[in-house]
Design a protein around this ligand. Structure first.
Ligand code: GN1
Ligand code: MG
Length: 368
């Protein structure tokens, strides 16, 4: 696929100068496109949507269209009264006015979105102030979309954060010959399998709360990890949350838990030395401070009661997803080596243990 030809299907002003691969996402392929004319430069993000993971790219683009149109309207209104210019990428349409382009050559799906300039995402948390800004960005996003009816959006991946669904998938995978071989040859793999067994009951905590009517479905981001939160290079403030593929109906607890498991583990998702993987209470308290500053008004008492569980659960869930994918031969998450998903699972499970051992402190900080 010739990218320099493909990108001309999108309505970007200027002459194309170059296209550079960027981003370390685990799912899509991402590129930076640079265009210039005689007096300025336009930089855009070109992405190939992974249609194995997102089987209906038109649905995720329809979600993105709805969310961004709603958000940009609100952002324009609040720009004079807010403490910063909050941003969100915008879809750059194709020349014939569509939100994405489907290649006639190989059927692949492509989109272009605007690039948030003079802002950076970091692979790991730089310190408490950074964590607080991440909390502010997530809460601001939640408040931006709080008045969208969740029923207007489609689930990008059915049951994306329904943890028991991943347990069922894991149970389907483990009897396979290749999975059994991976389990029988690795002590670590067997230790992780045992870790999962001890938490089966816990896996349904949030789903039970939904069934009992304690927690309500709202609009969630779905993937608010640290690398999806942009910090302004000049002010140091959070400015945007990116990667809107997984936006859809869900619990804001999934977002809260996911952001925290990623932001409060300074070692990051790929650490090899498990001794370095700890849940950092300073980063956590700073994140919560930032989140509550912008988000305290939409949390009910019942919401608050499940915040600790959400942190523990999403960490467990991601470990389970990495481990299941490892046993299945790494067909979902991109990997550079055969054991990468096994190690990613080890990291999340160690983090989960660290969260469990700090339960009292975490709950106390949430109730301050
Ligand atoms: C995947 O592709 P990326 O890096 O944005 C995954 C998330 C995981 C994350 C872990 C659609 O996100 O759920 O939390 O990896 N996205 C999907 O790094 O499965
Ligand atoms: Mg993502």
């Amino acid at each position: 696929m010739e990218l320099s030809v493909l990108i001309h299907n999108f309505d970007v002003p200027g002459q194309l100068i170059t296209i550079i691969p960027i981003g370390g996402g685990n799912i899509n392929d991402t590129f930076l496109g640079i265009f210039r004319n005689a007096f300025s430069e336009t930089q855009v993000i070109l992405q190939r949507i992974n249609d194995k993971v997102f089987p209906k790219p038109d649905l995720i683009m329809a979600n993105m269209h709805l969310i961004t149109r709603h958000a940009h309207r609100k952002l324009a209104k609040e720009i004079l009264t807010s403490d910063r210019v909050w941003q969100l990428p915008k879809i750059v349409p194709t020349r014939d006015g569509r939100d994405y382009y489907r290649s006639e050559e190989d059927g692949s799906y492509w989109r272009v979105i605007t690039k948030i300039s003079s802002a950076t995402t970091f692979p790991t948390t730089q310190g408490p102030e950074h964590a607080a800004e991440c909390g502010a960005v997530l809460a601001h996003f939640h408040s931006l979309v709080a008045d969208i009816k969740p029923g207007l959006l489609t689930e990008p991946i059915p049951g994306f954060h329904v943890t028991p669904k991943y347990l069922a998938l894991y149970d389907k995978t483990t009897p396979d010959k290749a999975a059994q071989a991976r389990l029988s040859t690795s002590v670590e793999a067997r230790r992780l399998a045992q870790f999962i067994e001890e938490r089966r009951e816990f896996a349904s905590t949030l789903e039970r709360a939904i069934k009992r009517g304690e927690l309500k479905t709202r609009v969630m981001h779905g993937d608010p990890k640290i690398t999806n939160i942009m910090i302004d290079d000049y002010t140091g403030k959070g400015t945007a949350i990116i990667d809107l593929d997984t936006v859809g109906p869900g619990l804001i607890h999934y977002d809260f838990g996911d952001a925290i498991r990623s932001i409060c583990n300074p070692a990051g998702e790929e650490e090899m030395n498990l001794n370095k993987v700890v849940f950092d209470m300073d980063l956590f308290e700073a994140f919560v401070r930032g989140y509550l500053h912008y988000g305290s008004d939409f949390l009910t008492d019942a919401d608050r009661a499940y915040l600790f569980d959400s942190i523990r659960l999403i960490t467990f869930e991601l470990g389970l997803r990495f481990f299941q994918d490892y046993l299945a031969g790494s067909v979902y998450f991109k990997t550079k080596s055969p054991a990468q998903n096994l190690n990613r699972a080890r990291v999340q499970f160690r983090l989960c243990e660290s969260i469990e051992s700090r339960e009292r402190m975490i709950r106390a900080a949430l109730n301050k």
